[in-house]
Design a protein around this ligand. Structure first.
Ligand SMILES: *[C@@H]1O[C@H](CO)[C@@H](O)[C@H](O)[C@H]1NC(C)=O
Ligand SMILES: *[C@@H]1O[C@H](CO)[C@@H](O)[C@H](O)[C@H]1NC(C)=O
Length: 286
């Protein structure tokens, strides 16, 4: 891949390396079109079947004796609201002002005054990063269970299509928020800040470290010494944990630029970890 870039400098090559391998961010843009014209025309938050009105309904009608699937929210709320995640000091309040803030990738996400003024949105920006992986997973599984295709086998084509679209959206939210790196990048995106592709001169020490670490991993003879890169892996893991703390603190203090710099470093450490996993034959999916 790197060879395909004729003018690639070391820095550019390393920048390419720093791109996460298995993390899909930015996939937040472009929610699938509303599946049904008929359902899309139903006034906001009125159930298309029983006409029950509840502004807090998402995905399903809240009338217990109805409970039909509702059109996939479009535009989708941000992924924290989509998964209905509680945050420190800001429990999920469906239908609140924050529910109208857009998913990441929307150019207006950072400039929506209403959404920015809402305590919920502020909590997402400041504390969204510290949401725990088990919490995200629980929220995901509970929604995914309700949206399971088996639950729609006897329903109309429209409902089945909606369930698939909603399920895909929920899955994308989960994939984005479960991983600390993509979660951090998503929050940065909500701030309207992007991660630079090319490392700055200030990253020279980081780049040097990465080159050395990658060489050490490549040269290691694990047959002669199975523990050859054990120390490297351990210290790299500590670096990753350290960046997680820096990112959490920076977001909590509302200093997204500081978080961004830590995210740039984190991407490099994650690539070292991935190279080590590959060498050790570890599945990086753990
Ligand atoms: C709830 O759903 C039932 C069955 O569809 C319906 O008869 C009833 O009017 C609904 N209740 C409300 C408050 O919308
Ligand atoms: C269908 O949805 C219900 C919740 O409404 C859930 O308990 C159940 O497990 C789902 N069924 C399947 C087959 O996933």
């Amino acid at each position: 891949m790197l060879r395909a870039r004729p003018t690639a400098t070391l820095a550019a090559a390393l920048a390419a390396l720093a791109r996460p391998r298995a993390v899909a961010v930015g996939a937040a843009v472009g929610v699938a079109p509303a599946p049904s014209r008929a359902l899309a025309q139903v006034p906001d938050n009125h159930c298309w079947k029983c006409n029950h009105y509840d502004p807090t309904s998402t995905f399903f009608c809240k009338n217990a004796s109805c409970s039909v699937i509702l059109p996939t929210p479009d535009p989708a709320p941000n992924f924290f609201d989509l998964l209905q995640l509680d945050l420190p000091g800001a429990p999920f309040t469906p239908g609140g002002p924050a529910a109208s803030s857009q998913a990441g990738g929307d150019a207006n996400a950072g400039t929506d005054a209403d959404a920015q003024a809402s305590p919920r949105h502020a909590a997402i920006l400041r504390h969204g990063f510290t949401v725990s992986a088990p919490t995200v997973k629980r929220a995901f599984l509970s929604l995914q269970q309700r949206l399971h295709p088996d639950n729609f086998s006897t329903k109309s084509d429209q409902e089945r299509t909606i369930s698939e679209t909603s399920s895909m959206l929920v899955n994308r939210a989960y994939q984005t928020l479960r991983d600390p790196l993509s979660r951090a990048m998503y929050i940065l995106d909500l701030h309207g800040i992007t991660v630079p592709e090319t490392p700055s001169a200030a990253d020279r020490d980081v780049l040097l470290h990465v080159v050395q670490a990658l060489e050490e991993i490549e040269d290691a003879d694990l047959h002669a010494d199975p523990d050859a890169i054990k120390d490297l892996v351990a210290s790299n893991a500590r670096r990753i944990e350290g960046e997680h703390r820096v990112i959490a603190d920076a977001f909590a203090r509302n200093e997204p630029e500081v978080a961004r710099d830590a995210i740039v470093r984190l991407k490099y450490w994650r690539n070292i970890a991935a190279a080590a996993d590959e060498k050790l034959g570890v599945s990086s999916d753990a």
